[in-house]
Design a protein around this ligand. Sequence first.
Ligand SMILES: Nc1ncnc2c1ncn2[C@@H]1O[C@H](COP(=O)(O)OP(=O)(O)OP(=O)(O)O)[C@@H](O)[C@H]1O
Length: 759
Amino acid sequence: ADEKAVEEEPFELPTLEEVARATGTLQPQPQGTSVDLIACRSLTELVETHEDVYSALRDLGYQSFRPGQEEAIMRILSGLSTLVVLSTGMGKSLCYQLPAYLYAQRSKCITLVISPLVSLMDDQLSGLPAKLKAACIHSNMTMKQREAAIEKVKSGQVCLLLLSPEALVGGGGSGSGCLPSAQELPPVAFACIDEAHCVSEWSHNFRPCYLRLCKVLRERLGVRCLLGLTATATLSTALDIAKHLEISDQAGIAVRSAAVPPNLNLSVSTDREKDQALVSLLKGDRFGCLDSIIVYCTRREETVRVAALLRTCLQGKIRKPLKWQAESYHAGLSGSERRRVQNNFMCGELRIVVATVAFGMGLDKSDVRGIIHYNMPKSFESYVQEIGRAGRDGEPAHCHLFLDPEGGDLHELRRHIYADTVDYYTVKRLVQKVFPACKCKQIHQKQQELFKVTPPSSVCEFCHTHERAIPIQETIEALDITEEGVETLLCYLELHPQRFVELLHPTLSVCKVSCYDGLRQLQKITKICPPIAVVLARRRMAGERVEQCDQLEFDVVEVADTMGWQLPLVKRGLRQLQWIKNAFVSAGGRSGVLVEFSSPSFYFRSYGDLSDEEIDRVCQFLHKRVQDQERTQLYQLTACFKAFKSVAFCSVLSCVDDLDESRSLQLKSLLSEYFDKRRDGDHLLDWEDQIRADIRSFLSNRSDEKFSGRAVARIFHGIGSPCYPAQTYGKDRRYWRKYIQFDFNQLIRLATQEIIRFK
Ligand SMILES: Nc1ncnc2c1ncn2[C@@H]1O[C@H](COP(=O)(O)OP(=O)(O)OP(=O)(O)O)[C@@H](O)[C@H]1O
């Protein structure tokens, strides 16, 4: 059933007209114009805030908007994809809650919210305004809970559906198929992607399944309006996210707040005796009187040790039970233990939590008054996210960071970065698995010989990609990289303008067919099931003795691809063999044939005719990407260390009682500078050089022909025209469709410039 849900055919989508109706933005249809166009037009203009919106705001329990909210909400109500970058606690959730509420009031539709924090989804659900009926579906739910949630969705009892990314896109065999089939969902008004920075490959927290998420939302659920929410994104990351959300207008990045809220007071020190310094800090005037404090450590063991230290050293300072002082929290504790600590902290019965970064994500406690970093965070993004958990009520809060003067933390964090990188040899082995050679060229040549057609020019390409699957477990063991690591590399291949692969939904690729009535039964099903016939024929041709078989195991993706059939159809046909009674001896309605699918696999389309040089180029590209990523992370880490060091006191004693306002502001301005700066050599610029080179090579190859910038852009986008037909230009895959992902107008601009230079 899981497989089925994943591979269901796409369904009829809510049209723009329906979305427009739901927003009340559909305008009367002038004669002779299509409805879609009108809806489009009305949906690409920002509508003004209507009284209904203010009344919905009050329904949800608020009197007025906070900065940025109204702008983002009105964009969503106008059907415009939007990215909201606001610090933690500034009210991002309302940006999806209010439109979801309004859309649902006007028509039977649903809003999807994708949130990566599965463990906190239930809390998120219970924290929603009472008027907003919602359900959640994620892989930690029991079948029964999931069915109940799905029922609520199908019967239109809820207007908001919270989903984990895996529940939507599948992945690693975990949680795929959590979602009801697309036909069973009400029309989707819009989708909100929480923690949207995970979409960007340049983010500190890139999650490849987030990329597939945008695709699945668009292609399978027909979602046209996307809302991205994030608290941490540099300008470069924000631009990259905007690209993935297909936000075309400048205003699409609706709001970007200052990196650090003004009520946070920051300080840094480089004490040699950190334990002693921490105790002094907690006894001083700044932190001594604060009630809710989080101390972040990198390692789990350290959280336990530091919590014990604090219990001992702070004893007697305040008349409260010992357990009130400090407890540790990390992902290695049992679920119930973690809940106990979190609940005690939430309700004020625990003053200090000494935790790894596992603590605090999605924590809705507005009066956390202090954050202390016992170790250096791994990036500015992490730092800003972690200190952002303090002072969400807008009241003053204090943050202190202990920086190892010898750079010990820096070395430890560097080791983590190196651990994630992949060497050239591993890249090459993966690439070989992704692009196995096909026989398209030989087949084509045979056909030419048979039909006696003149051979085409040498640049003609024959392979139009194949569907392939590589088993996840086998691959990660063979290459010794994590599933995320392989997925990231595959994503880089998909993101390349040449689109080396097209990632599809992960699937079960191994099919085992067992015939309880022996080999005669297998022969019978061969007659009615072409995929089985193909498997047997290929085995026979390979010299295998298949006459004795009553069981077959094969790669179903490869078989479907060889036959040119769609995988879901092949799988459905195979599954049906279990139920075809008449042809066989039946046993309790079944046919006596057992069909099982196994082996969760990465599933994609890729070329099979890449030459050795092309394969090498792909490897070099991937390896360079991995190295760039490593270099960026190392650079960020060093930049982070230098910035903290520049504002650090040698001893915490200089800031235990009073804050040095000027150093706090200095650090804030260093952070703003970092978040507002575009990354050096933004990758669009990298592409630009390559695209220019390709345009030049294209023009010199066809120097006897005339092209306009638009004509070249069309060819690079794979669009035929009467003067430049697909039949001719489509044959040269070095250029045809090569930059399909690149903005069309930018391509025209580059091509025009190159044409002028060429003349
Ligand atoms: N317009 C408003 N008026 C008053 N309070 C608001 C408003 N909008 C949001 N809030 C409150 O602000 C608090 C923080 O909001 P919310 O949880 O949406 O922040 P967030 O930006 O999503 O934070 P995080 O990044 O941690 O998810 C909540 O308690 C919410 O009720």
